[in-house]
Each structure stands twice: as structure tokens, then as C-alpha cells.
Ligand binder design. Structure first.
Ligand code: BG6
Length: 485
């Protein structure tokens, strides 16, 4: 699909000195710039509390830019041109004056011509609303101007539960219109997740068996082999359910389970996602296993436990692992468990969706010594993107022996193309006004409705997570969830 040339645009990154901005957003903008996806008239304004000037900001931005799309000598020129378009203003997040300074700096560079503006709020949740109001109060948002637009991009967490999320949505709407609000879930920008709809709806072979008659179980597994590594300040206030499951994994579930949308426009896809999420009954503590990693080893070296991290309170009960079997109570899926599992500090890293098909009824090979497991379709999102169908074959030879083998599609071997980072794809969509990979507010409501009763019950009852050693497969309670599924 061709991507359009764009009108002049100013891209404001609030929280520009943070990790996300430095390691993901600015490199993604450079990747787009170096491939010619951004207009020539394009500027970045970084805003954060750390006081430094344009030169220092540019030096920090340069540290993370790569030449993956423009190898060779031309890359240095692209980097120089890009950095010339980067500016920085320091100020407090809740200060209207600071945002007026930013406004002035923008006007000086923008000149007279009106331009489109993106405000990327890459900031801690506690300063979110203050910043939005300060941006609005300083007159940076061009409301009611039909010639140009102002868009806000918001990073999760979108609240802590249904009520706080609703309040956030309502307050944000006082500054940015809903149609100009882009709630980002960076997993939706990942290549294989975008492929889920294509795989299901552009092939004949999967959809007829994508249902309770043929599928026994679906698992969505998310593992990290690292801990919080100093990010405990944020993580401890949220925990693994709010950090990863309520958003990234639930989005994967929605795309795996939803019905075929009437078209691939944002409206139709969003409608189907909301419909399927509304068919998932809320979880209770009995449905989940919670864990927290303790000291263990990583590649043979000792690794501290979660509460040993200096950024985590010693008595924290925040789960770093959770597993649950969700139900999708509709005609297609009733009775098929969707097992979701997410954990930090585990024995490996990666995200995989597996569709476990039912056994072949009356399988004539099953009286032989080797009756192999039923078919599985594994969709590996990361690392090493791949789609694998595990099928049963005859082992070559004079006897009939069965063997399980893979029909596999490994992206790196199959496609002669660089796999873009999720943020490259999502930022381009923001600039082009395509909201199909962003979270609508009714989707967010439906997602919170599944998890809010569980989260409140865990907190009210002070349910302690079960310990598991760093580098292990997770807490024993996970087996209880799996055995019920
Ligand atoms: C973030 C979570 O949304 O996703 C982190 O806050 C997590 O805790 C990260 O580590 C994982 O992202 P990715 O793209 O590296 O899988």
C-alpha cells in the first residue's frame, strides 16, 4: 500500500529526555524521515524537565539513530538533516508558562504558515492530565481550525481501573477531541500482530476451522527473561496485569477471536474488537495464578529478586507473573479456554499465540505406538517472527511411523525486507490520520470491565503472589490454571 506525502508538521515529544522517547520514538521518526515518509517541512520539539539546549538534545538523539534504512555515506547526511530539525525546551510539566515558552519556540521556527501538530505524551501517568491542560491552556491545540489538525498520542497506562480510565478519557476530551486522540498500544504496530487479520481473513484454509468445533484451546504466552531492572517505580504501582495483560495480550486475544469485520477501516475493526471483548466475562481471583520472582539465576549468573530491586518496596505484593483462562462466551468460542500467561524474570523471552486444534475423531493411526499430538498453529510475534503449523507426517522409511513436523514460515528467511519497529508503523499512522491500530475509548472500557473486578478483589483481599525463582518457568499455580483449561 502506498503511503501519502504529508503537509508540514510539528511533532512535539513531551517527556523527550525519557527512555521511550530516546530509544523508540525519535529513532522511529528518523527511520520514517530517512525513507522519505515525512514531509520536508517537518520539525521535532522535545520538551522535558531536564535542562539542556538544542545541541545537547541533538547529541542525545543521535546516540540512538541507526542507518538500517540508509546504509553507506548518505546516512550521515540524513542524520545531520534530521538533527537540524530537532529542538528542545525545558520546563516543569504542570507549568502553563513552560508550555507558553514551548509555543514561542515553535512559532519562531514554524514561521507564519499554519501546520499540523502531534503531541506525543511520553510521560508518567501522574502528570498526564496536568500536561494536557497546560498544553490546552497555552493555546497549542488548534481547535476548530479546519485547515490544520492537532493530534494527541497517549501511552498506557490509561488509568488503573474502569472508573479512573473513564475520568482520564473525560478530562482528556476537554483538551483533545476523541477523533484526534490516538491511544497507543505498541503491540498493535508489531508486524506479526498486524498479520493476524490477514492470516485469518485473506486465506481460505483457517477460517472454517477457527471455532469451537475444531479448536480445543488457545494460548497467548508472553515471557521476558529480564526483571524490572530499575523500572520498579512505575511497574510496582501497576503490576503485570495492568502493564501487559489488560492491553497488549487482550488486544492479541481480540484480533485472534473477533469476527470478520465488514472492512478493514478503523470503525469496522474497532466494532468487532469491542463485540468480542464484551463476550469475555470478568475474571475473579479463582481464575488466575499470580507470581512474583525471587532471586535466581540468569545464564548461570545470580539475579536479584523483584523486591531486592532498589526501586521496589521490600514488602511489595505486586505480581510480576499472571496466568488466567479467559472465556469468550459466544457462538464461535463457547467452551474454548483462552489461556493468557505473562511473566517477567522467566526462563526465556518471547510472545507466541498457539491455536491447539482438537484430536482427529476416529484417528486410524492412534492404535500405533506413536499417536502424536493434535495439530497446532503457532504464531510467534517475537523474537524471530514466524508462523508454524505443526502437522503429523509419516516418517520416511519402510514402516509406518508417525512424526510431528513443522510447516514453517520464518519471516527472516522468507521475506527480503527489514521488519519495521512497531513505533515506525504507528507514528506514520498518526501522521496520516489512520486510527485502525489505536485503541478506541469503548474498547478501553470493555478491556477494563474484564479486569477491574479481579484487580479490586486482589487489592481488597491483599492476595499475595506466589514466589517463583528468577529464570524458572513461573509459579506452580500456573499448572492449576492450565489443568482447568
Ligand atoms: C511495555 C511494558 O508496554 O512493553 C514493559 O510496560 C514491557 O513492561 C514492554 O517490557 C515489552 O515491549 P516489547 O516490545 O519489548 O515486547
Amino acid at each position: 500500500m502506498s503511503r501519502n506525502a504529508l503537509d508540514p508538521v510539528t511533532f512535539v515529544v513531551v517527556g523527550a529526555s525519557g527512555d521511550l522517547a530516546r530509544k523508540k520514538l525519535l529513532p522511529a521518526l528518523f527511520a520514517l524521515y530517512s525513507q522519505g515518509f515525512l514531509p520536508r517541512d517537518f520539525r521535532v520539539f522535545g520538551f522535558a524537565r531536564t535542562p539542556f539546549g538544542d545541541a545537547e538534545f541533538r547529541a542525545r538523539v543521535a546516540e540512538n539513530l541507526t542507518c538500517r534504512y540508509v546504509p553507506g555515506e548518505a546516512c550521515a547526511d540524513r542524520i545531520r538533516e534530521f538533527l537540524e530539525r530537532c529542538h528542545y525546551t525545558a520546563g516543569q510539566y504542570d507549568s502553563a508558562d513552560a508550555f507558553l515558552n514551548l509555543y514561542q519556540a515553535m512559532r519562531e521556527k514554524e514561521g507564519r504558515q499554519e501546520r499540523n501538530r502531534v503531541f506525543y505524551l511520553s510521560i508518567p501517568p501522574q502528570v498526564f492530565l496536568g500536561v494536557a491542560h497546560a498544553i490546552g491552556g497555552a493555546g497549542l491545540v488548534q481547535c476548530g481550525n479546519r485547515r490544520v489538525w492537532s493530534r494527541a498520542v497517549l501511552e498506557k497506562p490509561f488509568g488503573r481501573d474502569r472508573a479512573s480510565s473513564d475520568r482520564l478519557t473525560a478530562e482528556m476530551a476537554r483538551v483533545f477531541e476523541e477523533r484526534e486522540t490516538y491511544r497507543i498500544d505498541h503491540y498493535l504496530g508489531k508486524e506479526v500482530i498486524q498479520n493476524l487479520m490477514v492470516l485469518r481473513f485473506a486465506n481460505l484454509v483457517f477460517e472454517p476451522i477457527w471455532n469451537r468445533a475444531h479448536v480445543r484451546r488457545v494460548t497467548i504466552e508472553w515471557k521476558e527473561d529480564i526483571g524490572v531492572e530499575g523500572r520498579g517505580g512505575y511497574f510496582d504501582a501497576y503490576g503485570i496485569i495492568r502493564d501487559v495483560i489488560q492491553n497488549h495480550l487482550l488486544q492479541i486475544l481480540a484480533l485472534t477471536a473477533m469476527e470478520r469485520p465488514a472492512s478493514v477501516t478503523a470503525g469496522h475493526v474497532g466494532d468487532e474488537k469491542v463485540k468480542v471483548l464484551r463476550a469475555v466475562p470478568p475474571l475473579t481471583p479463582d481464575d488466575v495464578a499470580l507470581g512474583q520472582y525471587t532471586a535466581g539465576t540468569r545464564r548461570g549468573l545470580p539475579h536479584p529478586g523483584y523486591t531486592d530491586d532498589p526501586t521496589v518496596p521490600r514488602d511489595s505484593r505486586t505480581p510480576t507473573f499472571a496466568a488466567a483462562a479467559l472465556r469468550v462466551d459466544n457462538e464461535r468460542w463457547r467452551g474454548v479456554p483462552f489461556v493468557i500467561m505473562a511473566g517477567k524474570g522467566l526462563d526465556g523471552g518471547g510472545t507466541t499465540v498457539t491455536i491447539h486444534f482438537r484430536d482427529v475423531a476416529g484417528n486410524v493411526f492412534c492404535d500405533r505406538p506413536l499417536c502424536l499430538p493434535a495439530n497446532r498453529l503457532s504464531i510467534r510475534i517475537q523474537p524471530d517472527e514466524a508462523i508454524m503449523l505443526h502437522v503429523v507426517n509419516k516418517q520416511p522409511g519402510l514402516q509406518v511411523a508417525l512424526v510431528e513436523s513443522d510447516l514453517n514460515l520464518r519471516y527472516r528467511a522468507a521475506f527480503d525486507a527489514l521488519i519495521p519497529d512497531a513505533y515506525e508503523c504507528l507514528l506514520l499512522d498518526v501522521l496520516e490520520g489512520d486510527k485502525s491500530l489505536f485503541i478506541r475509548c469503548d474498547e478501553l472500557e470493555a478491556a477494563w470491565d474484564i479486569f477491574t473486578p479481579l484487580l479490586h478483589a486482589i487489592e481488597a483481599r491483599g492476595i499475595a503472589p506466589e514466589p517463583y525463582a528468577f529464570g524458572s518457568a513461573g509459579p506452580a499455580g500456573m499448572r492449576r490454571v492450565l489443568s482447568r483449561a
